[in-house]
Design a protein around this ligand. Structure first.
Ligand code: 9WN
Length: 424
């Protein structure tokens, strides 16, 4: 199976390559997405280190002057009707000027420095010849500075996201409470394009979309200003903050490689790790919970995001989190497939997007985090389960955590990329 699976995963990534970067999936997602590209680079580096470098360079080529890395970079040759909301909705040119690539104004979880460092390691000679890290390092620094400077709304030293799309886990039940305060835009005021490519029962609802549109339009209409009072939704998310901390570890390595001082990055990792544990860890539940900046309350939920701080080196509560991963709520030791939401919670839905289905990028993060903290046996179970599920389901976007049946679109890029990395 290994050689054939490797070959098929490679074909998926080659077919989804668009000359500068890779689309998450033909049809449903016809542009470049931020955290997708980072995961794609992790896999692509085993096929073509050059393309993996270019993938990240294309994304950072669309970075805004304020340092934000947009969650979508639009391909100008793709017709406007292909994806909603497209460039005409975001109007990024008002902020970045007409010569800049058209983008969204939101962000996604900051896994990029980790991907950049691993991409470098795949072929250091090529990377050095091309000046890959010396060019990327200042951009990565500006990206992290945007997050810790402009998005530190609370006084707790953590980064906030201002839209569910920024979490990468769009319709996670973790966002139900803060979203209930947002009045949905009526569905006849916009046209969803996703339903032309995927089953309605497996996607966010019209009400979800109505709220996403309301929040994004408000951000746009205030010139994408990062003022807390302007945002109806402001949440300190464990995944975003954990990936930033893990990326700071990678930044230390990158800094040493380019002749810069690694020390500030090591200090930043330490600071974020402490802020995460003090601010978001719930010892009783054995997981991290997001924090609602407006209400000042924790958003207690069974989101798998609460286990992802395992990617943070030196996490002092790693044993408790591994115990939760192995318990009834996630059953990682038995199935090896991490559900995106607590299996025992009445809100769990096996096939609806981020309300229960298994996603391969999260599987990769947990595999990586489990190994980092010495849980090598569980990590091996996760690895084998992800490979089998991707193989059986045709590199689907997500799978049922209990049966492994495939859902969402086929030939999804980060599913293939994760397979390539796990096989190598
Ligand atoms: C909105 C591209 C992206 C992923 C997200 C996933 C989904 C977009 C959508 O697809 O979100 O950004 O249209 O539903 O939730 O994690 O990056 O693959």
């Amino acid at each position: 199976m290994t050689a054939a699976l490797h070959r098929r995963a490679g074909h998926v990534l080659l077919a989804n390559w668009r000359g500068q970067s890779t689309v998450p999936a033909a049809g449903l997602y016809p542009h470049q997405w931020s955290w997708d590209s980072a995961f794609i680079a992790l896999g692509l580096r085993h096929l073509s280190p050059l393309r993996a470098q270019r993938e990240l360079e294309a994304l950072f080529g669309a970075q805004w002057p304020d340092g934000r890395v947009p969650h979508i970079v639009f391909d100008r040759i793709v017709p406007a009707v292909a994806y909603f909301p497209g460039p005409e909705f975001w109007r990024s040119e008002r902020e970045t000027g007409p010569r800049h690539p058209a983008t969204s104004g939101l962000i996604q979880p900051p896994v990029h420095a980790l991907a950049a460092w691993k991409t470098f390691l795949a072929d250091p000679g090529l990377a050095r010849t091309r000046g890959f890290l010396p060019r990327l390092y200042p951009r990565l620094r500006a990206w992290h500075a945007y997050l810790t400077g402009r998005r530190a709304f609370g006084s707790r030293g953590l980064v906030s996201i201002v839209h569910p799309w920024e979490s990468g886990m769009d319709n996670s039940p973790a966002w139900d409470v803060p979203l209930s305060r947002v009045r949905p835009v009526p569905p006849d005021r916009f046209t969803r394009r996703d339903l032309g490519h995927a089953r309605e029962a497996e996607r966010p609802t019209d009400d979800d979309y109505g709220r996403y549109v309301r929040l994004a339009a408000a951000y746009r209409d205030h010139g994408y200003a990062d003022e807390l009072s302007r945002h109806a939704f402001a949440v300190e998310d464990p995944l975003t903050n954990a990936l930033l901390a893990a990326s700071e570890q990678a930044m230390s390595e990158i800094a040493a490689e380019v002749g810069a001082d690694p020390e500030p990055h090591a200090a930043e990792l330490e600071r974020l790790r402490e802020a995460l544990v003090n601010g978001l860890f719930d010892g009783g539940d054995g997981v991290f919970h997001a924090h609602d900046v407006h209400s000042g309350l924790p958003l207690r939920s069974g989101s798998i995001a609460g286990l992802t701080p395992l990617v943070v080196p030196g996490l002092p509560v790693a044993d408790a989190v591994v115990k939760t991963a192995l318990g009834d709520r996630f059953r990682l030791g038995e199935t090896g497939l991490p559900p995106s939401f607590d299996l025992t919670d009445p809100l769990f839905e096996a096939h609806r997007y981020w309300r229960g289905a298994v996603w391969f990028n999260i599987g990769w993060l947990l595999w990586h985090g489990l190994r980092l903290h010495g849980a090598t046996e569980v990590a091996a179970t996760v690895r084998n389960a992800l490979l089998t599920a991707a193989d059986n389901a045709g590199f689907r976007e997500y799978v049922d955590p209990l049966t492994g049946s495939g859902h969402g679109v086929r030939d999804f890029s980060w599913t293939a990329a994760v397979v390539l990395d796990l096989l190598t």
